[in-house]
Design a binder for this molecule. Structure first.
Ligand SMILES: Cc1cc2nc3c(=O)[nH]c(=O)nc-3n(C[C@H](O)[C@H](O)[C@H](O)COP(=O)(O)O)c2cc1C
Length: 334
């Protein structure tokens, strides 16, 4: 493919565009939708804790649709042997990457001593990474913040990256704000600590051989393009979820690939087929799938009514193709 007159596709980083791991949001149904919209974007699972995989139902946590590739499994944990076990499971299940969560500030996660508080223990993270790298062939990556609490010193994150890279991690996904471990909810921790994109650019300058994808507040093409000029990739979270139709442009814009020719209605119809297959195969209620596509008509006239129909639980006894017909029917005159 030609982009700016250069043959770029073979050299594009697999981390060029990705949708962020988001608990309760980026389950396999959500990823199925995102994959209909973009063939190339890398998709992340919700965080799965090592405890859930060691003691829980592995199939429930790891099952995914073949269509989702490339798809990365995000793990939460801090025990090298458990992480190695879970990384191996992830590879066996067919995930294309194993990612370690060093960015989640939730107090529940802190009590488990993983997530963002791991940034205070770079050597432990390095041990975790090494344990995983030793047992899998797929890339082992780390998602982290740029600092903890009010410590904004660059040296903190630089040394974290240096220590973890020495253990064999070559890809860092950086949510470009600090995590404040006390006093903020996880939601506030995605909004209140200031974004400092320059820190990520400095990391790339200091570690040019490593891959850096930047994350946090990037919700327009202009913002993405600006970051791609100096970094290897952009990870988008909330905007991808709330406005998934944005992804339909990414293959053409960021991969030099052909335009996605599907319309929103084609995507909705494909989701309806998927709902019917999921109901037959696993008894999944259509509402568990439809909830992820409520942003599909974001910004269009009539989107509110369309969304209301697809989120109307009184319709749960209807087959999904009838719900779609209702969602597109003209509103009844008052
Ligand atoms: C509902 C929700 C759940 C999230 N769950 C996770 C998670 O499981 N693991 C993780 O690393 N980050 C998680 N995040 C953080 C996102 O991955 C991302 O870093 C953050 O939303 C900033 O990116 P954005 O501004 O593009 O949304 C979550 C964010 C949201 C909104």
């Amino acid at each position: 493919m030609l982009l700016l007159g250069l043959s770029v596709e073979p050299t594009l980083s697999p981390w060029r565009m990705s949708v962020a791991p988001m608990m309760d949001w980026t389950d396999r149904h959500c990823r199925y939708l995102h994959r209909l919209l973009s063939r190339h974007t890398l998709l992340y699972t919700e965080m799965v804790t090592t405890g859930a995989l060691v003691h829980g139902d592995v199939q429930r946590h790891l099952r995914f649709n073949a269509e989702e590739h490339p798809v990365a499994l995000q793990l939460g944990g801090s025990e090298p042997a458990d992480l190695a076990h879970c990384a191996r499971l992830g590879e066996q299940w067919g995930y294309d990457e194993i990612n370690l969560n060093c960015g989640c500030p939730s107090e529940r996660v802190q009590r488990g001593a993983f997530g963002a508080c791991l940034m205070n223990e770079p050597q432990l993270v390095a041990d975790c990474v090494k344990a995983m790298v030793d047992v899998v062939q797929v890339p082992v990556t780390v998602k982290h913040r740029i600092g903890i609490d009010k410590d904004e010193s660059y040296g903190f994150v630089r040394d974290f990256v240096g220590t973890v890279a020495a253990a064999g991690c070559t890809v860092f996904i950086v949510h470009a704000r600090n995590a404040w471990l006390k006093g903020l909810s996880p939601k506030e921790n995605r909004e209140v600590p200031p974004l400092r994109y320059d820190v990520v650019r400095q990391l790339k300058a200091d570690f040019p051989h490593l891959t850096f994808a930047i994350n946090g507040g990037l919700n327009t093409d202009a913002a993405v393009q600006e970051q791609l000029a100096s970094l290897d990739g952009v990870m988008v979270g909330r905007e991808a979820y709330h406005n998934p139709w944005w992804l339909a442009r990414w293959d053409a814009l960021y991969y030099g690939a052909s335009e996605n020719t599907l319309t929103r209605e084609d995507v909705e119809a494909a989701m309806v087929d998927y709902m019917a297959r999921e109901a037959a195969a696993h008894g999944t209620p259509w509402a568990s799938i439809a909830r992820h596509m409520l942003g599909l008509r974001h910004g269009l006239a009539g989107s509110r009514r369309w969304r209301q129909v697809w989120s109307d639980h009184r319709l749960k006894g209807l087959p999904p193709h009838e719900v779609m017909a209702l969602a597109h029917a003209s509103p009844v005159e008052a």
